[in-house]
Design a protein. Structure first.
Length: 83
């Protein structure tokens, strides 16, 4: 971390938080960067044209992935390991 010129403040835990909590944290403590780590979930994010995940690709991923989640009754890393 120090070699990259990075430091970090006090990590904290929020139960049942949503991605938008990063906006609230940013307003409260005004960090240079906010990083949200989400465990045990599958996420399709940054869905937008010209630089993000293409909306058509994101939709295709969800349509293909959802049946696997339903069949195995697991998600996140457990689903990847079950393949």
């Amino acid at each position: 971390m120090q070699n990259a010129g990075l430091t970090f403040g006090t990590p904290f835990f929020m139960r049942y938080a949503r991605v938008g909590v990063m906006n609230d944290v940013g307003e409260l403590i005004e960090p240079d960067v906010v990083i949200l780590l989400i465990a045990g979930r599958d996420v399709v994010c940054n869905i937008f044209e010209n630089g993000g995940t293409n909306p058509l690709e994101a939709g295709t991923f969800v349509v293909q992935f959802a049946p696997k989640m339903r069949k195995s009754q697991v998600l996140g890393v457990k689903l990847k390991l079950a393949r």
